[in-house]
Design a protein around this ligand. Structure first.
Ligand code: HEM
Length: 493
């Protein structure tokens, strides 16, 4: 027992020293600080940031265009407001790099492999942007099955731990498109792709503690990536080999046009192997599942706590599908549902910072602030959403704020959920804006539309919106909130 306690003490001490050494103290003094900037006192601010990042960032946003906050292992620099967000987005990749920031944040090289074999983005552009209408019938079919199999059929039934439940549903639905049926329903496959996010965090915690020269050695020894790709190989290698073989067939008849085919094509064009295709499957799941399920769950909490909007949303959905059923056009024209989802993300403001960028060459922002190389800069997303100079009545939830704007002449596309701008950063903005957002929006809207047409929904307990928990910049949706569902007698869809 003594030995155990001693080991824990040494590990904690090593962690503290590693964190202190990682934080840079030089050449960053001129950037205004929220909290303390003196070495030891700054840890007081870092712990405050861990508990209440939202308040610290809002304080900085109210006072500065650019400011810094101490976290346990680094200084985080935030830029404030749409103009500064735009400046950050427009910095060239060799000056402020998204890829380097992500690499350092999740150690992408060890969690997902060498970036030169990233086949995900070309495959997303090929199938999930250009050929999105072809994908919709599969999404509708899988969502229909999910409701029949996994949702209550009568009376009011309470579902708990909705974030977890939705994460499993999101995994199944997006994988209907990524890898097809029946693999998208295999429990072992789904467990692997949904829990890989936790493996990425484990990789991060370990590599954060390791000195830089040893990271490649240790990073390549960590077991999780190899274990997950082995399992994916078991389920997918035959289908991938089939796509690779049929790539060069001259006849287009019966040639599958699915996500695996697009990955196989991207692999052939860039010299990637079967291994790189499997890693891309892991990566696309990592990008898609958590983000989509958080968006659905937060919107569902909002709907359930304000059920007075359900009738308006149902009418919007029925109007859209009555002429042509579930198509890209009809889903796009669900303007009120689109606005409700978009406003929920603005109002709940779950992402405190976004547009992660690592400065590679010293940057001078337009307000004169100089940010040296090596520093991580973010846009103060949640604070932008509560800025009354950017959003009228910023502190009020106005579900149809964006659909009303879209009704004005010339504004029909600008305020869609998928439209990014320096004011609205849920999907990022600029050169790295989320390429999967069109697919994500279609899945989220079809899911919520089916739910509203088939079910009555209300919040349990006192009926109020559940409170999210924030740890540092991460927001965690309540797993204790109770939402009740009752199948409607004359359900549509
Ligand atoms: C509601 C769901 C989603 C949200 C909120 C979301 C959000 C984001 C954000 C904030 C970024 C970073 C952009 C930046 O910083 O400028 C991003 C990047 C990315 N997302 Fe999404 N995403 C979602 C769904 C998806 C889906 C379904 C896919 C795949 C089909 C996907 C694939 C990607 C990829 C590959 C990138 C990296 C882009 C690059 O490196 O240039 N995302 N996403």
């Amino acid at each position: 027992m003594d030995y155990y306690a001693h080991t824990v003490q040494i590990a904690l001490f090593a962690l503290l020293v590693a964190l202190i050494l990682r934080r840079r103290w030089d050449s960053i003094h001129s950037i205004p600080t929220i909290g303390y900037s003196l070495p030891l006192l700054s840890y007081h601010s870092a712990f405050k940031f861990l508990r209440n990042a939202r308040q610290s960032v809002e304080e900085g946003y109210a006072r500065h265009k650019v400011f810094k906050i101490a976290t346990l292992d680094r200084w985080m620099v935030f830029v404030c407001g749409p103009e500064m967000n735009d400046e950050l987005c427009k910095l060239p990749e060799d000056v402020a790099s998204f890829e380097e920031a992500v690499q350092e944040w999740i150690y992408a090289e060890y969690s997902f492999g060498a970036p030169e074999y990233n086949l995900t983005i070309p495959a997303i552009h090929g199938l999930l942007v250009r050929n999105l209408p072809d994908v919709i019938p599969h999404v509708v079919d899988e969502i229909g099955l999910v409701f029949e199999e996994l949702f209550p059929q009568e009376y009011w039934v309470e579902l708990t731990n909705l974030p977890n439940f939705m994460s499993n549903l999101a995994a199944r639905i997006v994988n209907r498109v990524f890898v097809g049926a029946p693999i998208c329903r295999e429990p072992e496959y789904l467990r692997t792709v949904t829990t890989y996010a936790t493996d990425v965090i484990k990789t991060k915690v370990i590599l954060d503690l390791i000195p830089k020269p040893l990271k490649p050695l240790i990073g390549n020894m960590l077991p999780w990536r190899a274990r997950a790709t082995r399992l994916l190989k078991h389920y997918l290698s035959a289908d991938i080999a089939d796509r690779q073989m049929r790539l060069d067939e001259s006849s287009c008849k019966d040639k599958p046009d699915d996500f695996l085919m697009w990955l196989a094509k991207a692999a052939r064009d860039s010299g990637g192997s079967m291994e790189s295709i499997l890693t891309s499957i892991l990566m696309v799941n990592f990008a898609a599942i958590h983000t989509s399920s958080v968006t659905v769950t937060s919107t569902l909490f909002q709907i359930a706590s304000q059920p007075e909007y359900i009738a308006i949303l149902r009418e919007d959905i029925l109007d859209a599908i009555k002429a042509e059923g579930w198509t890209r056009g009809s889903v796009n024209s669900m303007g009120k549902l689109d606005s409700f989802i978009k406003e929920t993300q603005r109002w709940q403001g779950s992402g405190i910072g976004t547009l992660p960028s690592q400065v590679l060459k010293t940057v001078t922002f337009s307000d004169g602030t100089i940010v040296p190389a090596g520093v991580h800069v973010h846009a103060a997303q949640a604070a932008t959403y509560r800025d009354s100079t950017v959003y009228e009545d910023a502190d009020t939830f106005k579900p149809f704020r964006f659909s009303e704007k879209r009704e004005q002449t010339g504004q029909s596309t600008r305020h869609q959920f998928v439209s990014t701008s320096p004011e609205y950063l849920i999907f990022g903005h600029g050169k790295h804006a989320c390429p999967g957002r069109f697919f994500a929006a279609i899945v989220i809207k079809i899911f919520l539309a089916h739910l509203l047409l088939r079910y009555d929904v209300k919040m349990g307990g006192d009926g109020s919106l559940p409170e999210n928990v924030t740890i540092g910049t991460s927001t965690i949706l309540s797993s204790k909130a109770k939402v009740l569902f009752r199948r409607r007698q004359f359900a549509h869809a």
